[in-house]
Design a protein around this ligand. Sequence first.
Ligand SMILES: [Zn+2]
Length: 74
Amino acid sequence: MHEPGEATNPAVRADDARDYVEFWPAGVATSGWFLCTACGNTVIVRQVLPRCMLCGERLWERAQIRGTPAWTAV
Ligand SMILES: [Zn+2]
């Protein structure tokens, strides 16, 4: 089993992660979309997880967004 902590590209997975919520603390080096566990704020992380800029929470979970977000085309 691979730990997801070192993922540098979006791991395209099936639905097996749907019931599995993994929390990521601020300071972890990663990238991708994350959702604040406290207020639901969504951020795009490029290097290191920050604290939530809205509420100051330090725990994040992976957002259920794969690939390129469609709304950037709006
Ligand atoms: Zn927050």
